[in-house]
Design a protein around this ligand. Structure first.
Ligand SMILES: [Zn+2]
Length: 267
């Protein structure tokens, strides 16, 4: 058996100042915490989005911090998509259980069950639970969120309608499986209660989308131009909706456009 000792033998260079392992980079209005890890066996730059939404970039042998940062910036859309996806996965309804976050108005809020009080706490909200087990908890949380949606979504819709001079014939909040919202030719708007989970800008996009249908009952170029004028962030909002785990379809331009009674934003 041979034992070997390795003694580093290097020419002395001017020591490089130590690189901080963690940094913050901004791309547009996006801010990310990035951890850089040098890995001598890595062959490529590797980008990961952590559970906390932070980034980790592995720098291969011979690679540089600068190149790693450029790589991360170049992948901005992928990073945001991945972050949304995780956020949504953490907050999706099937995962509603004690200690897990629920997505509410775009924020991850921790759900905590108090078995003595037979209630759950969701941030500031207190939710009474009708029974034991995950099913009872899930039912209670869903009912609670639907209640919030019924209070918040029509009020916001009416506020936006008033500011834009639209007249809405009626609003309903529903449990739609395949769409975020719809607008009938009679001017009645239906909204998916899950919009209460989305960030306010995404919720507003769907509301403005349906309100725009009061003037343009299809997904024509005129429709998108009108929507663009009141909701310039619609692309980002649609990207967010695409990442929602229920379904990965974008807003369906042209979906049921001609001759149908309603136009909708599919899930
Ligand atoms: Zn539409």
């Amino acid at each position: 058996m041979t034992m070997q000792l390795f003694l580093p033998f290097r020419k002395r260079k001017t020591p490089r100042p130590a690189e901080p392992g963690r940094d913050v980079i901004t791309v547009g209005r996006r801010v990310w915490t990035v951890t850089y890890v040098r890995h001598p066996r890595a062959r490529n730059y590797v980008l990961r989005v952590g559970e906390d939404g932070g980034l980790r970039v592995t720098i291969p042998r011979g690679g540089s911090r600068k190149e790693a940062e450029r790589f991360a910036r170049h992948k901005a859309d992928w990073i945001e998509h991945e972050r949304y996806r995780r956020e949504l996965e953490r907050g999706r309804e099937s995962g509603w259980e004690d200690g897990r976050p629920v997505l509410l108005r775009g924020e991850s809020v921790r759900l905590e069950v108090d078995p003595v009080e037979r209630c759950a706490r969701l941030g500031e909200e207190r939710i009474a639970i009708g029974g034991d087990g995950t099913a009872a908890l899930s039912t209670a949380v869903t009912r609670h969120l639907r209640g919030l949606a019924a209070r918040e979504l029509p009020a916001r819709l009416m506020e936006l309608a008033a500011s834009l001079g639209h007249t809405v014939a009626g609003v309903t909040v529903r449990d739609q499986r395949s769409r975020w919202g719809s607008c009938s030719h009679a001017g009645r708007i239906s909204l998916n209660w899950r919009l209460v989970q989305a960030p306010p800008t995404v919720r507003d996009y769907v509301l403005l989308h349906e309100l725009t249908h009061l003037a343009e009952g299809n997904h024509s170029r005129r429709f998108w131009k009108k929507l663009e004028a009141v909701c310039p962030w619609h692309r980002e909002a649609r990207a967010w909706l695409r990442a929602w785990p229920h379904r990965s379809e974008p807003d369906g331009s042209g979906l049921k456009a001609q001759g149908s009674r309603t136009v909708s934003v599919p899930l």
